[in-house]
Design a protein around this ligand. Sequence first.
Ligand code: HEM
Length: 170
Amino acid sequence: MGAIMLVGSVVVMRTVYVPARERVDDQPGAEFAEMLRKLMARFVMIASAWLLISGIISFILFVNRYEIDKSEFPGSMYHMIFGIKFLIALCIFFLTAALNGRTSLAQKMREREKTWLTVNLVLVGLIVFLAAILRLADRTEKSESSALPVPPAVAILHDSASEQAPGEIG
Ligand code: HEM
């Protein structure tokens, strides 16, 4: 949900709101711009907090419950890809917060809003792509993989013994 909100807000701002504003003569007044900024700031703050908290929780649960198959890609690079995804997430959180902030840096960045939104659009595309790659990594539940494997010969003996009637030999 957090990802949908944050990614959606970047996509809509860059592909709908900013182009629409550029194509009309009547520019939104200062009051409208300030209200939009305030509401967007609240919206992206909720989305970012949601993503950060749910992302950390799912990573901890994931590391505790699953074993990644590191013998082949993408499992072999799971942690590196996760690290890159995390850093990109921090950049996205910063850019979305800065574009809707009140500081002088935020005001400066808003002067080049279209450029920064384009950068953010590329980053959100990249992070969703990386998330899809992480999802492709083969994984097994730890309880399953930590159970001792049964040698095939023992499994056959066990199966044929359980098919015999009680007291039957052989
Ligand atoms: C802009 C920020 C982010 C976006 C757009 C994003 C997006 C996504 C998406 C689309 C998925 C795939 C979900 C699925 O298919 O079930 C995912 C998975 C995941 N995300 Fe994020 N995420 C973001 C930030 C974070 C952060 C900050 C963390 C951790 C601190 C995180 C941790 C994870 C984990 C652990 C998974 C599961 C990966 C797996 O299946 O192996 N994400 N993310």
